[in-house]
Design a protein around this ligand. Structure first.
Ligand SMILES: [Zn+2]
Length: 300
C-alpha cells in the first residue's frame, strides 16, 4: 500500500504497477535506479517496523533492457546489504531474462520434461523381459502394449507374492484373475459372506490354521472329527470330512452326484463348488462351521 502510494512503478495501460506479491515473494518494479532504490528503502522501513527480515542473499536486481544496452552499474541496497545485479531471475517458477527473451525459461522447462521422460523410459526398460522393447530414438512405444504388459507384470508379481503365503493355499487355487469376485456381488448374509471370505483366505478356524497358533507342524494338524487321518484343511472340510456328510448331501446333492464331478481331483472339486456354486457353498459353510462349533464347545 505504502509502496503503491509512492506512485513510482511502471505504467501498465491506465494503471501503475510497482509491486508483485505472492506469499512472501516480492518483486518491485521501477522505471529507473533511483525509483527502485527509494522503493527498497520504503520496503526496508516497513520490514523494520514489523520486524520482518529480508533475505538479501536471495534478493536480486535485474536491469531489463534491450539486448545491446549496457547493464546498470548502480549498486542497490537494502539497509547496509548490497543486492547482486543479475541478468535473469526466477520468479514463481518463471525465468525472467533481462532482454525479455523467454528462451531460458523454455529451455529449463524442456530440460525438466526431458528428465521426466528419461525416468519413464528407464522404468519401461525393466519390462523388457515381458516383451516391451527398449526405447530407441526411432522407435515409438505402443502404449496399449505397455498397458497389457504392465498388467501381466503386476499379475505375475501378485501371484508370486500370494504363493509364498501358506494360509493362502485355497486362495491361490481360486483366485486366478485380479478382479472382483462374483460372490461379493451376491446377496449373501453377513455370516455367509464372512465364511466364504475366511475360507478363501485360509482363516476359517480349522486345525490347519489353529494348529499354527500353537506351533503344530503341518502334518500334525489332523482332523479330530472323523477317522480319515487327514489334515483338517479347507479341502477336507468342504469335500471329505464325514462329520458334514449330511450337510453335503443337503446342499451339494446334485453337484456331488454328477459323473463329471466324481472324476475331478480334490483341487478341481473345490474350485468347481466354490466358483460355480457360491450361494450353496456359503450356506454349507455357515452350517458346517456351526456344526463344528457344536461338537467342540457343545453350543447349540
Ligand atoms: Zn474330518
Amino acid at each position: 500500500m505504502e509502496l503503491n502510494d509512492m506512485n513510482l512503478g511502471i505504467g501498465l495501460k491506465d494503471s501503475n504497477l510497482s509491486i508483485l506479491l505472492y506469499a512472501d515473494d516480492i518483486a518491485l518494479l521501477a522505471k529507473n535506479e533511483k525509483d527502485l532504490q527509494q522503493m527498497l528503502d520504503k520496503l526496508q522501513d516497513w520490514c523494520k517496523r514489523w520486524r520482518v527480515l529480508i533475505n538479501t542473499s536471495k534478493s536480486k536486481c535485474v536491469h531489463f533492457r534491450k539486448s545491446r544496452a549496457k547493464p546498470t552499474n548502480f549498486e542497490f541496497s537494502v539497509g547496509r546489504n548490497k543486492l547482486e545485479n543479475v541478468n535473469e531471475y526466477k520468479y514463481l517458477g518463471v525465468v525472467f531474462t533481462y532482454n525479455g527473451n523467454f528462451s531460458t525459461h523454455t529451455e529449463a522447462l524442456s530440460k525438466g520434461s526431458g528428465r521426466a521422460l528419461g525416468k519413464i523410459i528407464s522404468s519401461i526398460h525393466q519390462f523388457k523381459e515381458f516383451g516391451v522393447k527398449s526405447y530407441e530414438k526411432t522407435e515409438i512405444i505402443d502404449m496399449s502394449l505397455l498397458d497389457l504388459r504392465l498388467q501381466d507384470f503386476y499379475l505375475s508379481m501378485w501371484k508370486r507374492d500370494i504363493i509364498n503365503v501358506s494360509k493362502l493355499r485355497t486362495y491361490v487355487k481360486l483366485k486366478t484373475m485380479v478382479e472382483q469376485e462374483s460372490y461379493v456381488k451376491l446377496n449373501l448374509s453377513k455370516s455367509q459372506r464372512s465364511c466364504v471370505a475366511q475360507l478363501r483366505c485360509g482363516i476359517l478356524p480349522l486345525r490347519i490354521e489353529t494348529g499354527r497358533y500353537i506351533g503344530e507342524q503341518r502334518e500334525e494338524r489332523i482332523c479330530n472329527f472323523c477317522t480319515e487321518n487327514s489334515i483338517e484343511d479347507e479341502s477336507h472340510f468342504v469335500l471329505d470330512c464325514s462329520l458334514y456328510t449330511e450337510l453335503r448331501n443337503e446342499h451339494f446333492k446334485d453337484i456331488i452326484s454328477d459323473v463329471n464331478y466324481l472324476q475331478m481331483s480334490n483341487d478341481e472339486k473345490l474350485y468347481h463348488i466354490l466358483i460355480n456354486f457360491p450361494r450353496k457353498t456359503a450356506k454349507y459353510l455357515v452350517d458346517a462351521i456351526r456344526k463344528r462349533r457344536q461338537v467342540v464347545f457343545g453350543q447349540v
